[in-house]
Design a protein around this ligand. Structure first.
Ligand code: NAI
Length: 347
């Protein structure tokens, strides 16, 4: 049975608690830069192989994301199987909190797809190695999604400038009208751009479209829609051999983690003349907020760090152009060097 391909993570912790139905893994990819930080995904997977493979890849993405964002954290991810039938959600997340506690601070968790602030409150009952709780006063905290959307929006604006597109007159296709996608649609609409939105939950997409005077398309049609920019804000693996030839957008810039099905798809986008904004670079706003909360920092420190995302994207796009490389390879190289440098200092 092949669970994990490519480099192995530093540690893989299996979670299996019959009493609450907690099943899943915590993947600690790297602690070279600090505790492994990354959210908890709560999703239905076809089998354990798919769950573990997702956790390992997402954890690696977190190592790269945290390193590029200049955060004193390594990368990790928890992926939990959503139980079928009835279950006590609070008890399940409290049991997960105990598992996080047992790792003694090696891994710090927060929200991801399928989890929210209420779940993190349940986790907090068992451990202090959690963020993404309620914000209070000027201190950082709360739902990371608006911060993620802000970093993506500022990146999208920078990418549009680089491509010579006026964002205020542009058409932006957003895949996923969830926590981040909805905030992003609002920012884009406020900027005067036309929003086209798709969600497998059609009612959700329609409600958002009604609020913003936007247009909806069927979930399968979002890739071929006539738009200047595609913003993937749903799940990963969506830039692949089937979707890339269909794209009409000149820029891909969105929040979803692991958008490229494989690294080579970054090159496929480059060959088609499509500017790809590396996902983990532009979607770092949420983890920046989570880490700031964990470290007891303020929202103004969060804003300062997020303001550095778009200039970092500009610099990586320019460097990729100069070297004739895809943007994802240049970003990966930067992240790996930052992690390796931390290992050298520690040795
Ligand atoms: P969410 O669960 O709130 O929203 C995802 C939305 O995508 C849902 O409305 C879902 O119905 C929709 N969806 C799923 N498959 C789809 C498909 N094939 N076509 C169209 N819509 C589809 O999740 P959230 O928090 O908005 O995150 C979105 C993405 O951004 C995820 O990949 C997540 O890992 C990533 N991300 C989120 C961060 C955050 O702060 N929430 C931080 C960094 C990354």
């Amino acid at each position: 049975m092949v669970w994990v391909s490519g480099d192995l993570p530093q540690c893989l912790h299996v979670l299996n608690d019959e009493e609450t139905g907690l099943r899943g893994v915590i993947a600690v990819d790297s602690t070279a830069l600090g505790p492994a930080a990354g959210g908890t995904r709560f999703w239905s997977y076809a089998d354990s192989n798919a769950l573990v493979a997702d956790a390992v890849r997402l954890a690696r993405g977190m190592s790269y994301k945290n390193a590029l964002a200049g955060l004193p954290f390594g990368g990790g991810k928890a992926v939990l199987q959503r139980p079928t039938g009835d279950y006590d959600r609070t008890a399940l997340f409290a049991a997960f909190g105990k598992a996080v506690e047992r790792l003694g601070g090696t891994y710090v968790t927060a929200e991801d797809v399928g989890t929210g602030v209420a779940d993190m409150r349940a986790v907090r009952a068992s451990t202090s190695f959690v963020a993404g709780l309620d914000a209070s006063g000027a201190a950082a905290g709360g739902d990371p999604s608006p911060w993620t959307a802000l970093g993506v929006f500022e990146s999208l604006r920078a990418a549009a400038d680089l491509a010579g597109i006026d964002l205020s007159g542009a058409r932006v296709a957003v895949q996923g009208a969830g926590n981040v996608g909805a905030h992003l649609c609002r920012l884009v609409a406020r900027h005067g751009a036309e929003v086209i939105v798709a969600d497998v939950d059609e009612a959700r997409a329609q409600a958002l479209a009604l609020e913003l005077g936007a247009r909806t398309v069927a979930a399968d049609d979002i890739f071929g829609v006539d738009a200047d920019i595609l913003a993937p804000c749903a799940l990963g693996g969506i830039l692949n051999d089937l979707t890339i030839p269909r794209l009409r957008a000149r820029i891909v810039c969105g929040a979803a983690n692991n958008q490229l099905a494989e690294d080579r798809h970054g090159e496929a986008l480059r060959r088609r003349g499509i500017l790809y904004a590396p996902d983990y670079l532009v979607n770092a706003g949420g983890i920046i907020n989570v880490c700031a909360e964990y470290l007891g920092e303020s929202t103004s420190q969060v804003q300062r760090r997020i303001a550095m995302i778009a200039p970092r994207l500009e610099e990586i796009v320019r460097s990729a152009e100069e070297q004739g490389l895809s943007t994802n390879l240049v970003a990966d190289d930067r992240a790996r060097k930052a992690i390796a440098a931390a290992r050298c200092v520690a040795a």
